[in-house]
Design a protein. Structure first.
Length: 183
């Protein structure tokens, strides 16, 4: 069976925010794994996962490095989850000039999570392995060939949820109402 016929596997790390203790073991493990020589040093500034921390509000958000962005975006939303208020930047994976995350301190090059690609492959990403609080959970999700697109109802649901999180339910309903009334 060819790879195309078999579909592909998407690797994901799920985050249970309520379980993160802010111990930063994930940062240390990631930086050690990617050190040269491997495990030769520990420096969270070189980690591809950082824990956005607000100790006063008991908020800890582990976020893995995504893409480089050259400029700050205008996203200034706040999210309230289980009684805590989080800024949009706390969940953002970008190597962004608004903060000192995800830029390699010596070279200035952006860092990006590689899900700990290695040969032979790791059983699971290292940050997941060292997270004793089980805040991080590794999951492999198979997408069957020919089924890469979401079913229409699920795609529509996700689109609406994204709009609601960015605006508000009332605004989205009002916009849908306006669209429905168009001749
Ligand atoms: S190792 Fe787990 S509990 Fe500790 S900071 Fe990282 S994600 Fe949070
Ligand atoms: S960290 Fe992300 S959300 Fe915050 S300004 Fe930068 S790109 Fe925007
Ligand atoms: S999956 Fe691997 S590379 Fe990505 S943040 Fe975790 S330890 Fe670092």
């Amino acid at each position: 069976m060819s790879a195309a016929e078999a579909g592909r596997v998407v690797k994901e790390i799920l985050i249970d925010l309520g379980k993160c203790t802010g111990c930063r073991a994930c940062e240390m493990a990631c930086s050690a794994f990617h050190a040269r020589p491997r495990y030769g040093s520990v420096n969270p500034a070189r980690s591809r996962i950082r824990v956005v921390t607000d100790e006063v509000n008991d908020e800890y958000v582990p976020v893995r490095a995504g893409n480089l962005t050259r400029a700050e975006c205008d996203g200034r939303h706040f999210y309230r989850l289980e009684g805590k208020r989080y800024s949009e930047c706390s969940f953002c994976r970008a190597a962004c000039p608004s903060r000192d995350f995800f830029i390699e301190p010596d070279s200035g090059l952006p860092l990006k999570c590689d899900m700990c690609e290695d040969e032979p492959p790791l059983a699971e990403p290292l940050c997941v392995t060292v997270c004793e609080a089980q805040c991080l959970v590794y999951r492999e999700r198979r997408i069957e060939a020919g089924q890469e697109a979401l079913p229409a109802d699920e795609a529509a649901e996700r689109g609406v949820l994204a709009l609601v999180s960015r605006h508000s339910l009332a605004e989205v309903i009002a916009a849908l109402d306006r669209v429905a009334r168009r001749p």
